[in-house]
Design a protein around this ligand. Structure first.
Ligand SMILES: Nc1ncnc2c1ncn2[C@@H]1O[C@H](COS(=O)(=O)NC(=O)[C@@H](N)CS)[C@@H](O)[C@H]1O
Ligand SMILES: [Zn+2]
Length: 474
């Protein structure tokens, strides 16, 4: 798949840079003829596979993977009034089977509560069946009316990991909420993506939930991206779908539930946060190619150099370091450009001088260059990869935190929200919350988990310990 050789815009024009990079690095092809629906290039799909294998490994510790139908009968979807209020203008409908009009229109799942919970009713009988923890990684459909964007806001969400759990008590479900937050923290840390967990305000929680904990990260343009959410559903869906279990004393009790979701936005975060003006910068955990070996050949010693490159390549691959050798008949500079665009963490240059010194030249994606010995090559390279992985996370975390500013007045907040996140105090009154959103023209992301302070609400002046984060958001 040849790309016309366009040049990548600089990253300070984030939106242009992001869109162009997805095409030039062959992540997602945006030319599919339906708005908000995109095609994974094979290279992008390899990254998705690495990322979602990490997510599966984390979920498989104590969840069972499963699969529920994409089609949901209209009466089931409409059952939960709160839930449907949140989704009715986003649902795609199937109305025909061939030429036959369907008696009951079928929804394409926007998320799967209304497909799964009628089955939970059949599966759950007694407390011995609880806790039940299932998840699926599927496509879901939402007729998004806001600006669609590949990996960020799709109408077909191609990589929707949704977990759904059932518990005996509200407290047990709350314990699951915190466990899910732990799994998400571990996952985003493996992606070198920093985040703040914000408890969403009442008016912005998941439709039908008791409360929503959201994982927000900061994109380079200062906007927040919600990269994951954990919802405590209480007994609302259990009441609607009459899902009860027989407790130890033989009484019928409503189950308590949670659900939590992650989509391909996690990949948008990796690309957006770490990329630079040369292209992708992929953390070692997320890339199909961790090392590319480039032979520096001069006519007379071509064979020797290629032999040493092959040896180094198999050494690294045998020790689990994903390595390719680029021995195409092309000048090294063109190769550097190509692999930097693909975000490969390190390249190894091997030429006659390196062979004489029994060393190789290790060049990190950010340009850091050092000659390392061939002896113990795998060990050295593995450590360099791990150092790089943690440096990428640390740099991104420091950058994000440095752009969150505590503001004392609305004017100060209005000024700062153009380039970062605003930290303010809030009395907790919905009217004050909306007044702040209107005055600063951004979203109230919520109260950061575990953070309190002492201040006054800028709208009503009431003293409060409730801190909030506000930001322009995707
Ligand atoms: N249109 C979209 N495109 C890409 N990702 C999306 C889109 N809509 C939501 N997401 C992502 O999917 C996550 C889960 O979606 S959600 O509505 O918050 N929660 C649920 O659907 C619950 N059933 C948990 S699985 C969100 O946190 C967000 O990161
Ligand atoms: Zn107030």
């Amino acid at each position: 798949m040849e790309q016309e050789s366009k040049s990548l815009p600089t990253k300070d024009n984030f939106s242009e840079w992001y869109n162009e990079l997805l095409m030039m690095a062959q992540i997602m092809d945006v030319r599919y003829p339906i708005k908000g629906v995109y095609v994974w290039y094979p290279f992008g799909f390899q990254i998705r596979k690495k990322v979602y294998n990490m997510l599966r490994d984390l979920m498989d510790v104590d969840h069972q993977e499963t699969y529920f139908p994409m089609l949901i009968p209209k009466p089931e979807l409409l059952k939960e009034s709160e839930h449907i209020k949140g989704f009715e203008d986003e649902v795609y409908w199937v109305t025909h089977g061939g030429l036959t009009e369907l008696e009951i229109p079928l929804a394409l799942r926007p998320t799967s509560e209304t497909a799964i919970y009628p089955m939970f009713k059949l599966w759950i009988r007694s407390h011995a069946d609880l806790p039940l923890k299932v998840y699926q990684i599927v496509n879901t459909f939402r007729y998004e009316t806001k600006h669609t964007r590949p990996l960020i806001r799709l109408r077909e969400i191609t990589s929707f990991k949704e977990a759904h759990t059932a518990h005996t008590t509200w407290e047990d479900a709350e314990k699951q909420v915190f466990e899910a937050m732990g799994v998400y923290s571990e996952f985003f840390t493996k992606l070198a993506v920093p985040f703040i967990v914000n408890k969403r305000p009442e008016w912005d929680k998941f439709p039908g939930a008791d409360y929503t904990m959201a994982f927000d990260t900061m994109m380079p343009d200062g906007k927040s991206l919600q990269i994951g959410t954990v919802h405590h559903l209480g007994t609302r869906f259990a009441k609607t779908y009459e899902i009860t279990y027989e407790d130890a004393s033989g009484e019928q009790k409503l189950i308590n539930q949670t659900c939590y979701g992650i989509s391909e936005r996690c990949i948008a975060a990796v690309i957006g946060i770490h990329g630079d003006n040369k292209g992708l910068v992929l953390p070692p955990n997320t890339t199909p190619t961790q090392i590319v070996i480039i032979p520096i050949v001069f006519k007379k010693e071509e064979e020797t150099v290629k032999e040493v490159c092959r040896k180094a390549g198999s050494l690294l691959n045998d020790s689990g370091i994903k390595t390719v050798i680029d021995d195409a008949d092309e000048r090294p500079g063109a190769k550097y450009y190509k692999w930097e665009m693909k975000g490969v963490p390190f390249r190894i240059e091997i030429g006659p001088r390196d062979i004489k010194n029994n060393s190789v030249m290790l060049v990190r994606r950010d340009g850091k260059k050092e000659s390392i010995s061939m002896d113990g090559l795998s060990e050295t390279v593995r450590n360099k990869l791990m150092d790089y992985q943690s440096e990428l996370l640390e740099t991104a975390r420091v950058s994000m935190l440095s752009r969150i500013k505590e503001c004392a007045t609305i004017d100060e907040a209005k000024e700062h929200v153009e380039s970062g996140w605003v930290k303010l105090y809030w009395c907790g009154e919905e009217s004050c919350g909306h007044a702040l959103e209107d005055a600063i023209n951004c979203k109230l992301l919520g109260t950061p988990h575990g953070m309190t302070g002492a201040g006054t609400c800028p709208v009503c002046g009431k003293p409060t310990d409730k801190i909030i984060i506000m930001a322009r958001s995707y």
